[in-house]
Design a protein. Structure first.
Length: 144
């Protein structure tokens, strides 16, 4: 997909930032990546709230193959082809994808805060003491 095509496609959604990523583009709004435009198609961020909508349309999650296996990325789902001709509805799906990306960002944040809380107020650990070198074995020759 061409960059200009993507800008036009998201016109009803609002301004988006499009940057090179993998073999295509990452699409973001408000600094949050919510879509991927790759050779395989256009994929929107999805979560437990939005995946049922993708399933109802017969969409599949993003997949790629490595030498050893096929990897499924359940957080990005293929945009239904019919939406390429309906910019107003595509904008609704894009808003839902942005909301899913925002929810995912919020879920990640508490882990960092919890780690900070666990270490807050605790005294710093003392550095480990240096261990003595093992004495040479009896009868072993010393190197100069």
């Amino acid at each position: 997909m061409e960059r200009e095509f993507l800008i036009d496609l998201f016109a009803d959604f609002g301004p988006v930032a499009i940057r090179k990523m993998f073999s295509g583009y990452g699409i973001s709004a408000d600094g949050i990546n919510f879509a991927l435009a790759l050779r395989a198609g256009l994929f929107f961020r999805a979560d437990a709230v939005t995946i049922p909508d993708f399933e109802a349309e017969g969409s599949k999650p993003f997949q790629y193959s490595t030498r050893a296996k096929t990897v499924t990325v359940n957080s990005y789902w293929e945009l239904p082809a019919r939406l390429f001709d309906d910019s107003a509805e595509l904008a609704q799906w894009a808003r839902a994808a942005l909301a899913a990306a925002q929810r995912a960002k919020v879920k990640k944040r508490p882990k960092a805060k919890q780690a900070a809380k666990k270490t807050a107020g605790k005294p710093a650990k003392a550095p480990k003491k240096a261990t003595k070198k093992a004495a040479p074995r009896k009868g072993a020759k010393r190197r100069a």
